[in-house]
Structures are given as structure tokens and as C-alpha cells.
Design a protein around this ligand. Sequence first.
Ligand code: HEC
Length: 131
Amino acid sequence: MLFRALLGAFFGALCLAGAAWAAEETSSQDAASEEVATAEPAAAALPGDAAAGKKLYRRNCRACHGATAKGASSYPKLVGHPAAYLIDKVVRYREGEKFGPNTPLMAQRVKKLSDQDIANVTAFIISLPDD
Ligand code: HEC
């Protein structure tokens, strides 16, 4: 008798745990679908400050992409691209996505940039002439 009661309590607890697990499953699925809905990089929504971006560019980007962002050899040219393209690429490098063979070179330089930094540096890049 005692054994059956214990058994009942055990299965009861298992069911509760199961229900809690199922509830958690659905809420994390909700979070995942929300993420898909807001896949647009957050930096795209921020107004960029080109003056702050210029400082950041000099420190973090110029050595490779050049003072006027025209690139050189294996460092791609940045001017001439729309802001949305630049933001999307930098965010994806930051997140660890692999593009060309030199992805690691680029990725390590943008790992610590905030969304605001990316908006700022983009505002600076698109202010440069493409000639
Ligand atoms: C150490 C050199 C280096 C630094 C510093 C660097 N990059 Fe890059 N960047 C690269 C290389 C190399 C690539 C191409 C990587 C590849 O093979 O995918 C690249 C690619 C890019 C691209 C994609 C270009 C395209 O045509 O799609 C953007 C945008 C970019 N960099 C922006 C920046 C910005 C903004 C900074 C500064 C915050 C920066 N990079 C700093 C080397 C660098």
C-alpha cells in the first residue's frame, strides 16, 4: 500500500516535471520565432554619429580598409555600399558568420563593437566619396 502511494507520488511528480518542461519548450519556441521576426540588425535602427564613427574607423578599420575606405588587395572596398549592406555585414561578422577566406581577420576586429558603434562607423563610411 505504502509502495503504491510512493509510486503514485513519484509518477505525479514526473507528470508535473513533464508539464513544466512542455511549457518551457513552447516559450522558448515563441522566443525563437520572435527572433526570426526581428532578424533585421538592431544597428540599422540607430541613428549613426559620423564624427564618433570617424574616430572609431581610424582606430579599428583604417589599417586594413584604408583612410578613405577604398580597400587594398585582399581588404575590400567599403565605400559605394549602402548603409544597410555595411551594417548587415559587420553585424554578421561580429556574430561569427564566415564569408571569405579572411573572415577571421575581420571578425576579431568587430567582435567588441556595440550596435551603436556599428551605426556610427557606417555613418562615417557612407559620408566618404566613392570616386
Ligand atoms: C585586420 C584587418 C581588418 C580590419 C582592422 C577591419 N577589417 Fe573589415 N575586412 C577585412 C577583410 C580581410 C575582409 C574580407 C574578409 C573575408 O574574407 O570575408 C573584411 C570585410 C569587411 C566588410 C565586408 C565587405 C564586403 O564587400 O562585403 C565590411 C563591411 C568591413 N570589413 C567593415 C569593417 C569595419 C567597419 C571595420 C572597423 C570597425 C573593419 N572592417 C576592420 C579586414 C579588416
